[in-house]
Design a protein around this ligand. Structure first.
Ligand SMILES: [Fe+2]
Ligand SMILES: [Fe+2]
Length: 170
C-alpha cells in the first residue's frame, strides 16, 4: 500500500483533535463540578483530562508532529499567524452577522492573544536561530482571555479588562 492510500495519518489527526477536545472539555467540566460541590467528580474529570492529554501527545508524536525546537517555533509562528490573519477574522464577521456576541467576544479575545503569541514565538525563533537561549523570565496568563505577558502582570488586562489578580504565573 503506498503512502497516499494510508488512513492512519488521517486517523492520528482525528484522534489527536478528539483527545485535545476531551482534555479541555473535562477541565471545564471539573471546574463546574467543583462549583456545584462535587469535589470527587471534579478530581475524576481532572484525572481523565490529564490522561487524555497523554493520549494527545502520544498521537502527535506518532504522526511526526514534534520537530526540533526551531522547527516547532516555526510551526507555532505560522499557526498563530493563520489564526489571527485568516481564521478568527472570518469567524468574528460570521458571529457578528449571526448576532452571537458571546462567540464574537471569545473569537476576538483569542485573536488578539494569538497576535501576542505570534510575537513571542517570532522573538524566540530569532534567538534560537542565533544559537542563543531566551532570557529567564516568568509569563503571566489572564484567566479571562488568555492574554500572555512576559515578566509581569499589568494592573488591568489590555484585552479583556480583568484585574491583575486574574493573572496566573507560569
Ligand atoms: Fe496562540
Ligand atoms: Fe484578559
Amino acid at each position: 500500500m503506498d503512502d497516499t492510500q494510508q488512513t492512519t495519518p488521517q486517523n492520528l489527526e482525528s484522534a489527536f483533535a478528539g483527545e485535545c477536545q476531551a482534555n479541555h472539555k473535562y477541565l471545564a467540566f471539573a471546574d463546574k463540578a467543583e462549583k456545584e460541590g462535587h469535589r470527587q467528580v471534579a478530581r475524576m474529570f481532572r484525572a481523565a483530562a490529564e490522561s487524555e492529554a497523554v493520549h494527545a501527545r502520544n498521537h502527535l508524536r506518532a504522526m511526526g508532529g514534534v520537530g526540533s525546537t526551531k522547527e516547532n517555533l516555526e510551526a507555532a509562528v505560522s499557526g498563530e499567524s493563520y489564526e489571527f490573519t485568516k481564521m478568527y477574522p472570518e469567524f468574528i464577521l460570521e458571529a457578528k452577522a449571526e448576532n452571537n456576541s458571546q462567540a464574537e467576544t471569545s473569537f476576538f479575545n483569542a485573536s488578539e492573544v494569538e497576535k501576542i503569541h505570534h510575537g513571542l514565538f517570532q522573538k524566540a525563533l530569532k534567538v534560537v536561530e542565533a544559537g542563543e537561549k531566551l532570557a529567564d523570565e516568568g509569563y503571566f496568563i489572564c484567566l479571562g482571555c488568555g492574554n500572555t505577558m512576559a515578566r509581569d502582570a499589568p494592573s488591568r488586562c489590555s484585552i479583556c479588562g480583568a484585574f491583575r489578580a486574574k493573572f496566573k504565573r507560569v
